[in-house]
Design a protein around this ligand. Structure first.
Ligand code: NAP
Length: 240
């Protein structure tokens, strides 16, 4: 039985990824930060569906000691999905140093911590898959989201470099750059803005967490065994 750790899996995209990987036969570690009830409810649901010993595990991924405790609780991780993330909309001129540092702590340093902690086992077994969740804004930049866009661009750079370094160990590292996905993260945008974004999307729909989960399931699977260091846009054609 292989273990997949999905960070930020209490809700939204991470919860859909956890569901998908559980139905593909993985024992899933559902990481959460604050939403313990949601993570534990999801864990019970998946246990009933699959009869596998999934677990919900708390950690703020930006904190090294909490990330270490999480890996100690989970054990060896064969598939790591770095999904946990925060977003914030603010004029660049209004950003504080704390805003900048917090964004990079969660969205970049969290990925660094979890990759480093997952790798000893993956390198030992010369096998493993990492999928990082970036954003289309990391590819093209978003107004009023400079720190978010810069952090998500860093995740793309991290993915490409790590894929080169880990290729000889047969560990694949890829990245997904979602477009606009209907989750809590976008709820603050309001109905009108979301409708404009839908109209701007060539496929004329907003994405769902399941769209991203399907892409993760593909990248994790043996069907993607010759794919590493890539950025897969899952955005309805918004960024081409
Ligand atoms: P969401 O609904 O806001 O959920 C965020 C998840 O991340 C929650 O499970 C939350 O845990 C967790 N989290 C936040 N800070 C954390 C921390 N310090 N340590 C551990 N977990 C933490 O977000 P989402 O829309 O599903 O986004 C998931 C990922 O996709 C993010 O990386 C985001 O940047 C990326 N993305 C989203 C969109 C979109 O349109 N939604 C587009 C592009 C990229 P708790 O609930 O337990 O606090």
């Amino acid at each position: 039985m292989q273990t997949a750790l999905v960070t930020g899996a209490s809700r939204g995209i991470g919860a859909a990824i956890a569901r998908g990987l559980a139905s593909d036969g993985y024992r899933v570690a559902i990481n959460y930060h604050t939403n313990q009830t949601a993570a534990e409810t999801l864990c019970q649901e998946l246990q009933q569906l699959t009869n596998l010993p999934h677990l919900a595990v708390r950690a703020d991924v930006s904190d090294r000691s909490q990330a270490e405790a999480m890996f100690a609780a989970v054990g060896n991780v064969d598939v790591l999905v770095n999904n946990a993330g925060i977003a914030q909309q603010k004029l660049f001129t209004d950003l504080t140093e704390e805003d900048w540092d917090h964004m990079f702590a969660v969205d970049v340093k969290g990925v660094f911590h979890c990759c480093q902690l997952a790798l000893p086992h993956m390198i030992r077994q010369k096998d493993g898959v990492i999928v990082n969740i970036s954003s289309m804004w990391g590819q093209v930049g978003a107004s009023c989201e400079v720190h978010y866009s810069a952090a998500k661009a860093a995740v793309i750079g991290l993915t490409k470099s790590l894929a080169k370094e880990l290729g000889p160990s047969h560990i694949r590292v890829n990245c997904i750059a979602p477009g606009v996905i209907e989750t809590d993260m976008n709820a603050l945008l309001g109905v009108e803005t979301l409708e404009c974004l839908r109209e701007e999307t060539p496929l004329e729909i907003l994405g769902t967490p399941a769209h991203i989960a399907d892409a993760v399931r593909f990248l994790v699977s043996s069907r993607a065994s010759f794919i590493t260091g890539q950025v897969l846009g899952v955005n309805g054609g918004m960024i081409i």
